[in-house]
Design a protein. Structure first.
Length: 345
């Protein structure tokens, strides 16, 4: 069990040169070089699966078998989102504008605002597991720290009490939440390319709903949307949740240098190439946070170098299997809700 924990201000000494030393090791190993061939093949196969799913949808017609297509589309949407994530971190090309062109296009396919996600994700990388500054800890339906739990009121307080049991059911709504947050950001003008994003979002919504209700009767169409969006949310949530949830949180004045801040707040998920595929390389969360622009296929090669470097520096390096990682997440959520369950409403 991982209890709720924070990193004290004097948790580690300042060693500003440690990250520079590690960077030299990684750079000399050629792990920051772009992998254009990999991304060309990966993108081609992913988009072929995405497009093939919609072709199959059109040919299958009004049938309850379409729910299997909905499940496959949930996987395809997530894999497209992984590629958008890579583009957002400049993993595909060196030039920002080339990566952004890919990112906007892929985000439009799945109905997410690229500009909104970039802003949110950049703030997360700058302040991982920081109670005040990490937007990934700012989820109204959940409490990740004792302070957040104590601040909950009303129905949200009740949810925080039993959030470990509600966590996976809540992920069924994550897909819709991503759409809604994107729509809000574009509508409020919180993104730079507002006209472009408005067109992409509107085009996605119109094309998606037109296709579904043109091919399927309402009785099947609504179930199709629920299965597709629900499973997409679960897959997305299960890909990101093990990375930081249940790991130490940090406060202002924590005193950690960049290397320790990124390593101590992240968790890797062990596994082979199947795990790499299913989690889009996010299972190498420590390596990704230390070198965000490192191409996805290079992360597995950087992992032993970084793990050994951390061991030599006496830095705790967290990694475990997928089931144990989810267990840590649920245990942490349950522990945060414990004080609320022990008090009367």
């Amino acid at each position: 069990m991982n209890p709720p924990v924070s990193v004290p201000a004097d948790a580690a000494p300042q060693h500003g040169s440690d990250y520079a030393k590690l960077s030299v090791i990684v750079r000399n190993a050629g792990l920051l070089h772009r992998r254009h061939g990999y991304y060309a093949l990966k993108s081609g196969l992913t988009l072929a699966a995405f497009g093939g799913a919609w072709v199959g949808f059109a040919f299958l017609g009004a049938s309850w078998w379409q729910l299997f297509v909905a499940a496959f589309l949930a996987m395809a949407y997530t894999q497209v989102s992984f590629l958008g994530h890579d583009a957002g971190h400049k993993q595909i090309f060196r030039r920002r504008r080339h990566n952004d062109a890919v990112g906007f296009s892929l985000s439009g396919l799945v109905g997410i605002s690229y500009g909104w996600w970039i802003d949110k994700h950049t703030r997360h990388h700058a302040n991982p597991n920081h109670e005040e500054s990490d937007p990934d800890l700012d989820i109204p339906a959940l409490a990740f720290t004792m302070k957040q739990g104590g601040a909950k009121q009303g129905f949200l307080r009740w949810m925080a009490k039993y959030q470990a049991f509600l966590f996976f059911p809540l992920l069924l709504l994550e897909g819709l939440n991503l759409h809604w947050a994107s729509i809000q950001a574009v509508w409020r003008g919180e993104v730079k390319a507002r006209r472009l994003e408005f067109g992409l979002m509107a085009g996605h919504i119109v094309a998606y709903l037109t296709a579904v209700f043109l091919v399927l009767p309402p009785s099947i169409a609504f179930v199709f949307i629920a299965v597709h969006q629900g499973l997409w949310g679960v897959y997305m949530g299960c890909s990101f949740a093990p990375n930081h949830k249940g790991m130490p949180s940090i406060d202002e004045g924590h005193g950690l240098d960049f290397l320790r801040k990124q390593v101590l707040t992240a968790r890797n998920v062990r596994g082979g190439r199947w795990t790499d595929f299913m989690l889009g390389g996010l299972n190498y969360q420590i390596e990704h946070h230390l070198f965000p622009s490192m191409p996805r296929p290079n992360l597995r090669h950087a992992q032993p170098l970084i793990r050994d470097f951390c061991a030599a520096q006496g830095i705790s390096y967290a990694e475990c299997g997928a089931l144990r990682a989810y267990g840590h997440v649920l245990s942490h959520l349950h522990a945060v809700g414990a004080p609320l369950r022990a008090t009367r409403p």
